[in-house]
Design a protein around this ligand. Structure first.
Ligand SMILES: [Zn+2]
Length: 210
């Protein structure tokens, strides 16, 4: 073969088998039915979450997120299970960010919901109706802090239904924390039931006993 032909064929092969660049893989959109993030999980500095004598938020959120993921996958739904360092863009029906609240005045806070768009409100109201049947303590106004209304992960998640920060209660308030702590897996099941119901399959994941 003539040298120019060898070079030409070599260039052709290398052009066709060009590996994807790092840039391409990070801009690729991850798709699933549900995105679930355990708040603060994976952080070793910065916003490490609330702590109290009853426990650490950073330890509680993965228990809830893992249980929710387990129930959803078992029922046939696909789940992106993310920690606090997730960077990729996602496209899902729902995106749920699990947190517990803390406050200098521990029982002044409680459960709440954060979202950045009026289109998220029907799902937020549905969660409040459902969780209120179990959680009999204080609720804060929706979006009562900027960490809720301008949650940093909203820029990565695109959803058909809603993206919600779910603050499940106050980790420092004795009566709330002592109710929450032994029920973390059941809270995950409730989150999974809620997600399935929003997607039109509420009967696939039963409500937890608690
Ligand atoms: Zn938090």
């Amino acid at each position: 073969m003539r040298l120019w032909l060898v070079i030409f064929l070599g260039l052709l092969v290398s052009a066709c088998s060009h590996p994807p660049t790092a840039n391409q893989s990070s801009t690729q959109v991850a798709r699933a039915d549900v995105f679930i993030q355990a708040g603060h999980e994976g952080r070793s500095s910065g916003k490490m979450g609330s702590t109290s004598q009853f426990g650490r938020e950073i330890d509680w959120t993965p228990v809830v997120a893992d249980a929710a993921t387990h129930y959803l996958r078992q029922a046939g739904f696909s789940v992106i299970r993310a920690d606090a360092n997730w960077k990729q863009k996602t496209d899902t029906d729902l995106a749920l960010f699990i947190h517990f609240d803390g406050s200098a005045n521990p029982c002044a806070t409680g459960a709440s919901i954060g979202y950045d768009d009026p289109s998220d409100r029907p799902a937020a109201n549905a969660w409040k109706r459902l969780y209120s049947q179990y959680f009999r303590y204080r609720w804060q106004q929706d979006n009562f802090t900027k960490n809720l209304s301008q949650y940093y992960m909203f820029k990565h998640t695109r959803t058909r239904d809603a993206e919600l920060v779910l603050e499940l209660g106050a980790i420092g308030c004795p009566e709330q924390a002592l109710w929450l702590r032994p029920r973390l897996p059941q809270l995950g099941q409730l989150v999974a039931h809620f997600a399935a119901e929003r997607m039109g399959y509420g009967n696939r994941i039963p409500r937890p006993q608690m």
